[in-house]
Design a protein around this ligand. Structure first.
Ligand code: 13P
Ligand code: SF4
Length: 305
């Protein structure tokens, strides 16, 4: 990035009292520009802790909403208004209320990739980094409804031995990764460790050596003595993996694993967002207060691993 641009962004950030947070799936230059980049859990914790007046959230709608729920006194900006998450929109509050009626004694755990309205109907929130621990902490005799990601839900059910009520939601980016992709990547890089995200489908998860959130992938690669890794998740993370582990090589399982919504955020949009204070993300108080309870349980009871 050129010096002039860096200075301009620094000046804008100072003028606005802003902090820039970026998810690991953002394009490399946005990750590099951010004050903090990380996984959904790390970003939620940063959003709750920061004393900046303005949070520029380089991610998708549910992430900015989560920041707005945790820090209502702050201004939360999403640089591109239409950056949503198809999975989060696969269940709405009415559908979840119906599911709760069908299973009246169940505890509801929602993946953070959900709307504020769905969080407000849930007892606990989780991310892929702590879903297993959250479910393990719940009373063994209780039924658990897990929404909206069926793939993460199946992974949690396998790891905990719990019989979860699942919803047929899925990540449109992770489901494009196939077993053929893993097989051909392994054939090209036979010594590589395969790290896959739990949002991948069951057959892909079965072929992986490690099932990890994006933040856990970064930690795992840093600790590992392996020199090659095949990465089965959105390819934006490869930028962070390479930057933090220059001694190792990282290969995307497929270049098709791109989240088009994450990629809507560009440097220009981040600058425009700071200049015009756009696009403000807010959550109405009645929903926010209920959603915050589910998020607080996640952030306070089981912080980052
Ligand atoms: P994590 O960074 O928490 O692993 O999230 C993955 C994801 O799909 C976010 O949209
Ligand atoms: Fe949603 Fe999947 Fe994109 Fe994450 S990668 S924002 S879950 S569509």
């Amino acid at each position: 990035m050129d010096e002039q641009l860096i200075k301009r962004i620094e000046r804008l950030k100072n003028d606005r009292g802003a902090v820039i947070l970026a998810h690991n799936y953002q394009c490399g230059e946005v990750q590099d520009l951010a004050d903090f980049s990380g996984d959904s859990l790390g970003l939620s914790i940063k959003a709750a802790e920061t004393d900046a007046d303005v949070i520029v959230f380089c991610g998708v709608q549910f992430m900015a909403e989560t920041a707005a729920i945790l820090s209502p006194e702050k201004t939360v900006l999403l640089p591109e208004k239409s950056a949503g998450c198809p999975m989060a929109d696969m269940i709405n509050a009415e559908q979840l209320r119906q599911l709760k009626q069908d299973h009246p004694d169940a505890i509801v755990v929602c993946y953070v990739n959900s709307t504020a309205e769905v969080k407000a109907e849930s007892d606990y929130c989780c991310t892929s980094a702590n879903a297993v621990e959250i479910v393990n902490s719940l009373p063994a005799d209780k039924r658990i409804i897990f929404v909206p990601d069926r793939n993460l839900g199946q992974f949690v059910a396998e790891r905990t031995g719990r019989d979860l009520v699942l919803w047929p939601g899925y990540c449109t980016t992770h489901v494009v990764i196939t077993t053929d992709d893993i097989a051909s990547a392994r054939a090209q890089h036979p010594d590589a460790i395969v790290m896959a995200h739990p949002e991948c489908t069951a057959p892909v998860r079965e072929l992986a050596d490690e099932l990890l959130s994006t933040g856990q992938m970064l930690k795992f690669a840093a600790r590992s003595t392996a020199k090659e890794f095949i990465v089965a998740t959105e390819i934006g993370i490869i930028h962070a993996l390479k930057k933090q582990n220059p001694q190792a090589e990282f290969f995307g399982a497929t270049q098709r694993a791109i989240c088009p919504n994450m990629k809507k955020i560009t440097l220009d949009k981040v600058i425009g967002s700071l200049e015009d204070m756009q696009h403000k993300v807010t959550v109405p108080d009645d929903i926010r207060i209920k959603a915050k309870k589910a998020l607080d349980r996640m952030v306070e009871i089981l912080p980052a691993q």
